[in-house]
Design a protein around this ligand. Structure first.
Ligand SMILES: [Zn+2]
Length: 377
């Protein structure tokens, strides 16, 4: 295609802008670190990957979809936070919105993997992002092909995980595996919350799905915001240096919360849901359609619904309309800005076109300016 390199350039520019926007830590009330860790984690990942993180993830995702001919995508999410012992709103909301975008763009059937306790809530949330809900992917039929989603429980027991992962990967044969805010084991196999609490008994051993995907040549994408999530293994060394609990969790394992699970692509975001929205932005731009990126209203709606379903704001422990201590309307505003960025490049501006026309005749402009300056003198 004649315009293929131009398209790629455009996509790269949009990705650069989106990547910067979604990696700005706008909430800095946390006492977890003296400096917002996202700034340094993002810089580390960016330096390693050598291009906008969102661009790398999008290109890998698109290649996976176009080369595999697969009709499904696997999304791993759900993070149970102590002392509340409930899953947080970060992750499920981004999974629901990204699943919608992937389905509209390529008609991929989303298969969401989460802790058994949270399967029901996640299923309801998928309904609120517009899907019909199906259970048990092994019973998938042709009639499930359009606008339906599956939610699959994944074992908390390490002994059962490898077998379940192999079975699920071979049954679903996904175009890609995307992990959004999912607890990852450290190098000692222990899963931690950000502050270093061992949450292994409550966490699905979903990292085994990343291993199984890699064995089958299926692209993997990790999205995280702290360093203890699946995918952050890409920058494990830096997480150990940057995060106060990175190298020593303070729990009996003393192995640090740093993830040891790497993915092919890694998106570091201020809040993991934003990483999902960023991917949607590139999908939307790629297809030149703003409908493939959800809007701020829908973001707020999904966050409110996730709270109704029992997902919590990890800062307060309350099931309330917020994510990572940031109120829902602020998240909505960020998604609106992403929409504006995409639209600004997709839809040519009439004003700008006229402006360029009016300023083309440099001699005429010089004359006008001279006249004006005389009148003002
Ligand atoms: Zn530990």
């Amino acid at each position: 295609m004649a315009h293929s390199s131009e398209r790629k350039n455009d996509l790269m520019n949009i990705a650069e802008i989106v990547d910067r926007l979604i990696s700005v830590p706008i909430f800095f009330g946390s006492s977890l670190a003296a400096r917002p860790v996202v700034l340094d984690l993002h810089a580390a990942a960016r330096s390693k990957i050598g291009k906008p993180l969102v661009f790398d993830a999008f290109e890998r995702l698109r290649n996976g979809i176009e080369n595999s001919g697969s009709d499904s995508v696997l999304i791993l999410t759900g993070f149970v936070v102590p002392p509340w012992l409930k899953a947080e709103t970060d992750g499920p909301v981004g999974s629901a919105s990204l699943a919608r975008s992937l389905n509209l763009a390529w008609n991929l059937t989303p298969v969401i993997v989460t802790e058994p306790t949270w399967v029901s809530s996640m299923g309801e949330l998928m309904k609120y992002s517009g899907f019909g809900l199906r259970r048990d992917y092994s019973k998938k039929k042709g009639k499930d092909e359009y606008r339906n989603a599956f939610v699959e429980p994944f074992t908390l027991e390490m002994e059962k995980a490898k077998k379940q992962a192999d079975t699920l990967i071979s049954r679903v044969s996904p175009a890609a595996v995307i992990s959004i805010e999912k607890a990852s084991p450290n190098s000692k196999g222990v899963y931690h919350s950000g502050v270093g609490v061992d949450i292994s008994p409550l966490s699905a051993k979903a990292d085994t799905l990343i291993d199984a995907a890699k064995e089958n040549g299926i692209p993997t994408i990790g999205i995280g915001d702290a360093g203890n999530e699946i995918g952050m293994g890409c920058i494990e060394k830096q997480v150990r240096e940057i995060l106060p609990t990175g190298n020593d969790c303070g729990c009996p394992c003393h192995g640090g919360v740093a993830s040891s699970v790497s993915t092919d692509s890694l998106i570091v975001a201020g809040t993991s849901n934003w990483g999902a929205s960023a991917l949607e932005s590139l999908i939307s731009f790629h297809f030149k359609s703003s409908e493939l990126l959800h809007d701020g209203k829908m973001e707020e709606f999904l966050i409110a619904k996730s709270a109704e379903l029992g997902y919590i704001n990890p800062a307060s422990g309350l099931a309330e309309a917020g994510v990572d201590a940031i109120p829902a309307d602020i998240h909505g505003s960020l998604v609106n800005i992403l929409n504006f960025i995409v639209k600004s490049r997709c839809v040519p501006s009439y004003y700008l076109k006229k402006y360029v026309e009016f300023t083309r005749d440099k001699e005429r402009l010089a004359r006008l300016i001279q006249e004006e300056s005389k009148d003002r003198a």
